[in-house]
Design a protein around this ligand. Structure first.
Ligand SMILES: [Mn+2]
Length: 310
């Protein structure tokens, strides 16, 4: 039986990976285990209300652990620790468990156990079922956390990955004392003036491609500085431009801190799979939400935006 367990949260963490990992951490502690959590990147402010987030490390020695659980990562690269993970997988008597709902998951190649459900709305939904099987007692804070993971990955129960099972589980989490209001207050209704200014810029620059029916917008580093906004404020911008009813897909291009361009893709169309487009550029994700990163910067001439490759 593994005692020292490391939970890996994916880079640029979202509500789902954070909720699933923090709840598992708490449940494992109650079972007398010694879990730890690691995430390469900083935790975005809206998720600081989740239990245990203050205990997330940004780096740890993998060799100190018997078991790694990779949470909601989609692929090895997204863990942020690809090389170390591959090395760990080759070490005798060490185990990797992959807990995820992303399709085309290459983690299964190195994981010893895959708890993967493509039909699940979120990894939090899978973790809920795991908790049920382990007879773990979910208090109101843990219920709110899992509800946060489900809420964020379903776009507040608006995306079509919201199944009857998702809503049944959400109902059970509410019955355990989970609070929707805590989630909306922290995540949806806490927009600051800089964040809204940034949204304004993104809306102003929206462009609809006449033939492809793709709606896009751009945000540069300079925009963030001018608005006084942070990277956390970018969350939600692509979902906002994805509200155009007849658009095939929405893409937001934004410059990252490490001088690259991150493209976030969304679609509401049943006939479009944005992960296929993301795959072409070395990215990945789901049918309805995906992303990729390119080495370059954004440039404008006469209100026409261009991606300049480095
Ligand atoms: Mn997820």
């Amino acid at each position: 039986m593994a005692e020292k367990i490391l939970l890996i949260i994916h880079e640029t963490p979202d509500g789902d990976t954070l909720a699933a990992a923090t709840v598992l951490s708490k449940v494992l502690k109650k079972m007398g285990k010694s879990p730890a959590m690691v995430c390469k990147d900083l935790i975005p402010k809206p998720f600081l209300f989740l239990p245990e987030v203050s205990e997330i490390h940004h780096d740890l020695l993998f060799g100190d652990y018997d078991l790694l659980a990779v949470i909601d990562c989609g692929d090895i690269k997204r863990t942020g620790f690809a090389d170390r993970l591959k090395k760990f997988s080759k070490t005798k008597s060490k185990t990797i468990i992959n807990i995820d709902h992303h399709p085309k998951n290459d983690l299964h190649k190195i994981a010893h156990l895959n708890l993967v459900d493509y039909e699940a709305s979120s990894t939090s939904e899978i973790v809920y079922e795991l908790c049920q099987k382990m007879n773990a007692d979910l208090d109101k804070n843990l219920a709110t956390a899992l509800l946060t993971g489900i809420y964020t990955d379903t776009g507040g129960f608006k995306h079509s990955n919201t199944s009857d099972k998702t809503l049944r589980i959400a109902g059970e989490l509410l019955r355990s004392g989970g609070k929707i209001k805590t989630i909306t207050e922290n995540i949806s209704l806490n927009k600051t003036v800089p964040a809204l200014k940034l949204w304004g810029l993104a809306l102003k620059r929206m462009h609809r491609h006449p033939k492809l029916g793709i709606v896009s917008s751009v945000i540069t580093r300079e925009d963030l500085t001018n608005c006084g906004a942070t990277d956390d404020d970018l969350a939600g911008v692509v979902n906002l431009i994805n509200t155009v009813p007849d658009a095939k897909a929405a893409i937001l291009f934004h410059e990252t801190q490490d001088k690259k361009i991150r493209a976030s893709l969304r679609t509401e169309s049943d006939s479009v799979d944005v992960s296929r487009l993301a795959n072409i550029f070395g990215g990945g994700g789901h049918k309805r939400a995906a992303g990729f990163t390119i080495d370059g910067y954004l440039k404008t001439t006469d209100n026409v935006w261009q991606i300049v490759l480095n």
